[in-house]
Design a binder for this molecule. Structure first.
Ligand SMILES: NC(=O)c1ccc[n+]([C@@H]2O[C@H](COP(=O)([O-])OP(=O)(O)OC[C@H]3O[C@@H](n4cnc5c(N)ncnc54)[C@H](OP(=O)(O)O)[C@@H]3O)[C@@H](O)[C@H]2O)c1
Length: 324
């Protein structure tokens, strides 16, 4: 089978397409024929050895997949051959087949196609856990989403609306903000032109944001905390801009506000039942049409490097998938 391997750390063009032996299902595992693999910012980091999780070389990147169960290992009873499933894999998804723990295989709704399924769990899982569980967002609250046209950002825009918030989307171009409006944003800020802090204050009647969702970091974080409301919650999602900000703690005291860490991958491992419940709720929102995952482009396996460049080059809108 074909797989796109990282044999030495480096930029996307250092990946190599190879033919390798197909995987076998070990005890408690299943082999999935991969139909699509979602591409996420961590894939850009993992091949450069800049991610918190470091697989042994050589490995295929690709942290979430959808596909069809092809083979069952000993003792597997939760899925059957032929089932349509999705899974968070961490890595290994840039391949025609992958062996995963059977417990990680989640049956997908009949109405969900494979590219959507591969683009679903990490972004919506993260944003739902962040807004519902960590921020405990309430109807009518003002939510500001930074990097709002990106993978997790656009999911936060849709889920913010689904949870009853007024959503202000912030991003770096008019084209990106148009996508956010199509996905439900009530107001927008182009932070490449306008001052983020002043615009946030202006759009919230001087009060500031009740909840800030920040997957970007860099210079925007402090500006957004300075425009966070009394008893607001600032969600730390990621640092796509590269810099991890250092925040003066007096800002939190003055506003009685909270800086709240969000690590969805660890939540999945530590609290599997709560995560399964969240996934069920997300599938219900999908089936009702309340959330509409946006897959903006699709690349064949041989062009996986271009998919990674789209994300690393700040050009991606919504989600990108690789289709083996
Ligand atoms: N905490 C968790 O559990 C969790 C889970 C999943 C992902 N994450 C993290 O969330 C972040 C976003 O992931 P994603 O998959 O949504 O990525 P993405 O689709 O590429 O979105 C990231 C956004 O960041 C903004 N950005 C600002 N400077 C950038 C730069 N130099 N390069 C690239 N993007 C830049 C871009 O929006 P503008 O151009 O509009 O500024 C972009 O749309 C990553 O740091 C990822 O590791 C965290």
């Amino acid at each position: 089978m074909k797989t796109m391997l990282c044999k030495q750390y480096g930029p996307p063009e250092s990946l190599v397409l190879e033919d390798v032996e197909p995987p076998k299902a070990g005890p408690g595992q299943v082999v999935v024929e991969v139909k699509a693999c979602g591409v996420n910012f961590p894939d850009v980091l993992i091949i450069e050895n800049k991610y918190q999780f470091k697989p042994q070389l050589p490995f295929a990147p690709g942290g979430e997949i959808s596909g069809v169960v092809k083979e069952l290992g000993e003792g597997v009873t939760n899925v059957a051959v032929g089932d349509r499933v999705l899974a968070s894999t961490g890595f290994g998804g840039f391949a025609e087949e992958i062996a995963i723990p059977a417990a990680a295989a989640v049956p997908i709704p009949d109405s969900m196609d494979f590219p959507t399924a591969a683009a679903f769990l990490m972004t919506y899982g993260t944003s739902y856990y962040a807004l519902k569980d960590r921020a405990q967002i309430r109807p009518g609250e003002n939510l500001v989403v930074l990097g709002a046209a990106g993978g997790v950002g656009l999911a936060a825009v849709e889920l913010g609306k689904a949870l009853g918030a007024r959503v202000i989307a912030a991003a770096s171009s008019e084209e990106k903000l148009a996508v956010c409006r199509e996905h439900g944003a009530d107001a927008t800020i182009d932070y490449s032109k306008d001052g983020l802090k002043d615009e946030m204050k202006e759009l919230t009647g001087g009060k500031g944001a009740d909840v800030v969702y920040d997957p970007v970091g860099g210079e925007y974080s402090e500006a957004a905390i300075r425009a966070t409301a009394w008893e607001g919650r600032f969600l730390v999602i990621g640092f796509a801009a590269g810099d991890i900000p250092r925040i003066p703690l007096n800002l939190t005291l003055l506003k009685s506000c909270q800086i709240v860490g969000v690590f969805w991958g660890a939540f999945v491992g530590r609290e599997p039942e709560r995560n399964r419940q969240n996934t069920r709720e997300l599938f219900e929102l999908f089936e009702k049409g309340t959330i509409k995952p946006y897959v903006s482009s699709s690349y064949p396996l041989a062009e996986a490097a271009s998919a990674l460049h789209e994300i690393g080059g700040r050009r991606a809108k919504g989600k990108i998938v690789v289709v083996p």
